[in-house]
Design a protein around this ligand. Structure first.
Ligand SMILES: CC(C)(COP(=O)(O)OP(=O)(O)OC[C@H]1O[C@@H](n2cnc3c(N)ncnc32)[C@H](O)[C@@H]1OP(=O)(O)O)[C@@H](O)C(=O)NCCC(=O)NCCS
Length: 141
């Protein structure tokens, strides 16, 4: 079995991070946009590598003792192996917030399992590729 290691995500990983994002989300940043995000103050990230394959990542924004998870994704073939949980654990020790679409039942189950609680609701927060919008819940742990 191949081991999965977590590496700090840097702008040098922008292309691979954009690929992971595109495999996990309906819309994704391109490589230059990803590189720009990864150079912003307070931004941090971790990239999961299983053997030589990028299998997941988390990008967050930390200010003092608070973290906002901007993105977390695990590629489909590596899901339900505990990798998402390992990535979220990298925010441990801070109060962590995130937004999640109300119909993302997998992510809601994932966050509930990690002890996240609903603290807010943003109507029409996400825009889908078909032009419709969907509400987001704000979760905190
Ligand atoms: C959400 C996501 C990151 C979870 O990653 P993962 O590596 O599969 O999660 P883990 O293996 O660490 O799951 C830990 C626990 O969370 C829960 N969980 C995770 N995925 C679940 C699912 N699809 N259905 C129900 N429970 C789930 C389970 O309790 C799981 O433990 P178990 O496998 O022993 O039952 C992954 O599904 C993903 O990338 N989804 C697409 C992108 C996305 O929606 N990101 C979040 C946006 S806010």
């Amino acid at each position: 079995m191949l081991l999965t290691r977590l590496l700090p995500l840097t702008p040098a990983h922008a292309a691979v991070a954009a690929t992971v994002q595109a495999r996990c989300f309906e819309t994704a940043w391109d490589t230059p946009a990803m590189a720009t995000v990864l150079t912003m103050p307070g931004i941090f990230g971790w990239l999961a590598l299983t053997g030589d394959d990028a299998t997941g990542m988390i990008i967050g924004w930390r200010v003092l003792d608070e973290t906002e998870i901007l993105m977390i994704g695990v590629v489909p073939e590596a899901r339900r192996l505990g990798l998402g949980q390992r990535l979220v654990m990298r925010t441990k020790g801070t109060t962590t917030f995130l937004e999640v679409a109300v119909d993302n039942s997998a992510a809601l189950a994932f966050y509930r399992n990690l002890g996240f609680e609903r603290v807010g609701h943003r109507p029409g927060y996400y825009q889908r590729s078909d032009g419709t919008t969907i509400d987001a819940l704000i979760l905190r742990a």
